[in-house]
Write a protein that binds this ligand. Structure first.
Ligand SMILES: Cc1cc2nc3c(=O)[nH]c(=O)nc-3n(C[C@H](O)[C@H](O)[C@H](O)COP(=O)(O)OP(=O)(O)OC[C@H]3O[C@@H](n4cnc5c(N)ncnc54)[C@H](O)[C@@H]3O)c2cc1C
Length: 391
């Protein structure tokens, strides 16, 4: 193999590059990324960077010298626009065509948008460093903030905005924040925490529109007719896999790039990170994870499998692990925490906001959640296998 192209210059793309070099690939490596910055980490964006606790450069994933050591052709600020899997060519927005022997797709996600409101000034999404800095600049003016969507990201943004002393309303169609990700019981505790910090919660409500004046947002309207005055609105209603550039490539696409158990999507083509959808060998179904730890782990497996070839490729069967930081709470999950699971507290005390809960489906433990209980959760994590079942 002479030339490997990595599309997506972030956590998964960079880890794939590291892995390829570490495992002895001495050929040409080209990394294509549509953002201008060297690879940086996203978890601090909605927390330390938005809060102003970190200078933006602290989110860099590597020192410049470490990137140089990888000896890559870096094509930053340049979007991949097409893929020909027959001729093995990636097309770039500037018209360049990159031939490859191996390709790793690590293009992550793009924020989902509402069908209205995004043309108004003051309406934001948050996925990139640039978007974070733009939002932060507006938060400094002391606006009334409405966050639409109370998943992990929306809940974090609400917490950070409250930390800046702002007037914050959090809206979601679900009955509680993060209910879809961790179920309504833990979601209820998350809601209580936000209420304690004086965030106004409007749960179980649909946003029906936004109003503006002179091109700037002034309010968000809800399905019960209520009107939430707003100077800044953050839309955090989930994301979609960044696969638009792969249309017509012949790659199987669905909820992401549809890979096999080894993260392979086509001969010589692998995917990793938020964009990759694969049949989890132990879970027995297709999954796609939007978790930072997965981006690293999956890129290591995908890059290793690309080098070893299909005959020696290993299936990818991680125990999922994710976390969120809000106020003084660090909430970590491992395995699967489906909203219809039975939740049983096995350590600590939810009232004290320090506990571990197990998630059970048909009496089988499929996941665990720790709230300010990293050490205790580690114990339970080590007892979970790839399908989340207790060993
Ligand atoms: C604000 C925020 C906070 C988060 N906090 C947490 C957390 O606390 N805990 C946790 O577990 N996870 C968290 N996550 C999720 C975690 O950051 C992701 O799982 C991780 O970034 C995925 O890495 P990735 O490399 O697969 O994709 P991404 O990080 O999305 O990177 C993909 C890159 O590809 C680029 N790209 C897309 N299309 C193209 C194209 N056509 N051509 C060239 N380049 C392209 C994108 O611009 C981007 O730079 C957070 C995510 C966000 C956005």
């Amino acid at each position: 193999m002479d030339h490997i192209v990595l599309v997506g210059a972030s956590a998964a793309g960079l880890t794939a590059a590291d892995t390829l070099r570490r495992e002895g690939f001495t050929g040409t490596l080209t990394m294509v990324g549509d953002e201008l910055q060297l690879p940086y980490d996203r978890p601090p964006l909605s927390k330390q960077v938005l809060a102003g606790d970190w200078e933006p450069h602290r989110s860099a994933l590597r020192q410049d010298t470490d990137i140089q050591r990888l000896d890559m052709n870096l094509r930053l600020g340049c979007r991949a626009t097409g893929l020909d899997t027959e001729d093995r060519v990636v097309t770039l927005a500037d018209g360049d065509r990159l031939g490859y022997d191996g390709l790793i797709i690590a293009t992550g996600l793009r924020p989902r948008r509402l069908p209205f409101g995004h043309d108004l000034a003051g309406v934001h999404v948050l996925r990139t460093l640039d978007e974070t800095l733009t939002l932060r600049a507006q938060l400094l003016a002391g606006p009334r903030v409405v966050v639409i969507g109370a998943g992990f990201l929306g809940s974090e943004i609400a917490a950070t905005a409250r930390g800046l002393g702002l007037d914050v309303t959090l809206v979601d169609v679900e009955p509680a924040p993060m209910a879809r990700q961790v179920g309504s019981w833990v979601g209820g505790l998350v809601g209580d925490m936000h209420r304690d910090h004086c965030v106004r919660l409007r749960m179980g409500r649909h946003v029906t529109g936004m109003t503006g004046q002179n091109g700037r947002v002034t309010a968000v309207t809800l399905d019960d007719g209520s009107r939430l005055p707003a100077d800044v609105v953050v839309v955090a209603i989930g994301s979609v896999p960044a696969t638009d550039w792969l249309a017509g490539s012949g790659l199987p696409l669905g909820d992401g790039v549809l890979c096999d158990r080894t993260c392979r999507a086509a001969p010589g083509v692998y995917a990793a990170g938020d964009v990759a959808n694969w049949p989890h060998p132990v879970a027995g179904r297709r999954v796609r994870l939007e978790q930072r730890t997965n981006a690293t782990q999956q890129a290591i497996t995908a890059a290793g499998n690309l080098l070893s070839g299909p005959a020696e490729a290993v299936p990818y069967a991680p125990v999922p692990f994710g976390w969120t930081d809000q106020y003084d709470a660090k909430i970590q999950t491992c395995g699967w925490c489906p909203s219809d699971a039975t939740v049983e507290v096995v350590d600590g005390d939810p009232q004290a906001r320090k506990f571990v809960a197990l998630y059970k489906v048909d009496d089988r433990v499929v996941g665990a959640l720790g709230w300010n209980s990293a050490r205790a959760l580690r114990e339970y994590r080590s007892h979970l296998t790839g399908n989340g079942a207790a060993r």
